[in-house]
Design a protein around this ligand. Sequence first.
Ligand SMILES: Cc1cc2nc3c(=O)[nH]c(=O)nc-3n(C[C@H](O)[C@H](O)[C@H](O)COP(=O)(O)O)c2cc1C
Length: 293
Amino acid sequence: MSASTTPWFATPLAGFDDGEDVTTSSVSPMAMRHAFDSDALHELFHENTKYHRRTHAGFSRQIRAFLQDPTLIARGAASYRDLASFAAIDLPEPAPLAASLKSCLERRRSAARRDLCLPFTADNLSSVLHYAVRVNRTAAPTNAPHVSQTFRPYPSGGGLFPIEVYVISNAVAGLPATISYYEARNHRLRPLPNSAASEFRAAETTGDDAEPAACAIVVTAVFDRSVQKYGPRGYRLALIEAGHMMQNLLLVATGLGLKSLVSGSFYEAEVERALHLDGVSEAVLATVFLGAQ
Ligand SMILES: Cc1cc2nc3c(=O)[nH]c(=O)nc-3n(C[C@H](O)[C@H](O)[C@H](O)COP(=O)(O)O)c2cc1C
């Protein structure tokens, strides 16, 4: 097999030859191959972030040290951006969420991108963020009783909450068209100065002529919050957490009668510029579009 038929890797896949052209085969070459390939970035990363009995003692030591150090615990508990100097928008009271979990699970489905443009209200957005993302309890860690650690309606590796949420409000009645940081502790939006909601539509890769979505929830990760305790494995934990949180968003949106769509179709650097992020210490992961039925 020639290197040109292995589009992802610099070198051919050793030992893989079933006589088929891998670019047209319906069988993934990866499914046929169990050897670790050091040219594949994702395999290299995954292999290097597995727990192995041989190396686990080192990981455990690092985690134990973190859990016993009040300074590190306090830093880990400060898992939010402090934009207190920016103007704030208090979100309205959330509405009751009457739909059953069963019906939300049964009815949740992705809307087409072009069908997500109908406006909805700040009450709806407030309810989505309240039930899906907002801080819902606090606790004092045993080894740092002076620290107030916050928790949310979804799980987080080590309770470090590396995931952040931004709202692109294009057509949300009661809110300006802007880009805001969502303060999960006190259920407020902090519009980012000099940001324009239209920048997000411009960063989407979709070449069709879809109007801007009524609202986009942009999910980012501050990887270091997790990495400082778990090393590179913290990167994985952040992605898993983002998935938990996005499913909350989708199920609550369904329960409130909103349409939704997870999208990864955007130019990251352009979205990060719109959100005033450097893309390294905090980077964009995904978007959840919301729109009225
Ligand atoms: C991480 C992720 C990224 C996705 N990106 C897109 C996207 O860019 N555009 C799109 O139309 N759908 C996107 N989807 C939606 C999937 O196409 C959809 O979930 C899948 O077809 C299953 O359909 P359902 O959600 O209606 O059950 C994405 C889903 C996930 C989980």
